[in-house]
Ligand binder design. Structure first.
Ligand code: ZN
Length: 182
């Protein structure tokens, strides 16, 4: 058994890392399953901006997964509910190889509750991905900024951001990121 958590901002190669991590098991004929949230309208496959993709099952909750598998890759975990972490824990205890990727920090600079819960499960490996800042183009980016008409939106967005072009997603470095202050 093992649990690998791949977290980081937009455009940091999380999905690519997820697919790459599970590929050796696929070659070894292990039953490998990719899962992504149904709510994610961007694609029907787990895909990376780098162009790599894998066939996936779309579910609203990890409780819906009935297929047998040895290895599982879950993408966009931040779109799942905190209760789904109990399923992840069960998989680990059953001896599955579990790979999970997603955003760690939301647009307000706060950790997604499901990510906190998964960290409490003590992953064997945590891979912190980083992007390059979309604004300055110089520094490593750890944060995801959502902008509308080039201005950062700092509050009052729905928990699932519509992907209809209303908002733009940017990876930003510590200097360029604008944080929501309560
Ligand atoms: Zn920057």
């Amino acid at each position: 058994m093992s649990f690998t958590l791949i977290i980081g901002p937009m455009k940091s190669g999380k999905s690519l890392e997820l697919i790459g991590s599970t590929t050796p098991y696929k070659y070894a004929n292990k039953k490998t399953l990719f899962v992504q949230p149904k709510i994610n309208t961007r694609d029907k496959k787990v895909s990376s901006r780098a162009g790599v993709m894998a066939e996936s099952t779309a579910v609203s909750s990890l409780h819906e997964i009935e297929a047998q598998f040895d290895v599982i890759g879950v993408d966009e975990i931040h779109m799942f509910s905190i209760e789904d972490a109990t399923i992840v824990e069960a998989w680990i205890l059953q001896g599955k190889k579990v790979f999970i990727s997603g955003l760690d920090i939301d647009y307000r600079g706060q950790m997604f509750p499901i990510i906190q819960r998964l960290l409490e499960l003590k992953p064997d490996v945590v891979i912190f991905k980083k992007a390059i800042c979309d604004l300055c183009g110089r520094h490593s980016a750890y944060f995801s900024q959502i902008t509308q008409n080039s201005k950062p939106v700092l509050s009052d967005l729905p928990s699932i951001i519509p992907e209809d072009g209303t908002y733009e997603y940017q990876a930003r470095c510590r200097n360029c990121y604008q944080k929501y202050h309560q």
